[in-house]
Design a protein around this ligand. Sequence first.
Ligand code: 2BA
Length: 108
Amino acid sequence: MKMIICIVQDEDVHVLIEDLNKAGIRITRLPSTGGFLKSGNTTLLIGIEEEKVELAFDIIEKNCKTRKISTPLIPVNMPTESYIPQPIDVTVGGATLFMLDVDEFVRL
Ligand code: 2BA
């Protein structure tokens, strides 16, 4: 068994979860916050049999869109100048995935 930790944008999560559930893939949804943008995203814990991993990846890829986001003003500290806030554009991924081996899975 594998554990996929999947970080996605909040906008994509509703349909993504629906499609994963339809495919018989169980998830736990956790609210999370990106360290860089400091805005909300969603982390899904997906415990899954190895033979279903590819299916899960396909569903995630289909539902999670890349977006360009203009950040809020990011503080830039320069030693000789006063504080100058700078907005920057970043491309936020479709999804960020980590895959772990699961030693044991028990449901009591
Ligand atoms: P955030 O940390 O809020 O990052 C949002 C987006 O900002 C990133 O999109 C990336 O395009 C950009 N970004 C992040 N750090 C940056 C930096 N130091 N300089 C310039 N741009 C930067 P994604 O890479 O698609 O990441 C989306 C979210 O996935 C992240 O939100 C974070 O919550 C999570 N994530 C990404 N990589 C991770 C990692 N190695 N470990 C844990 N979480 C990760």
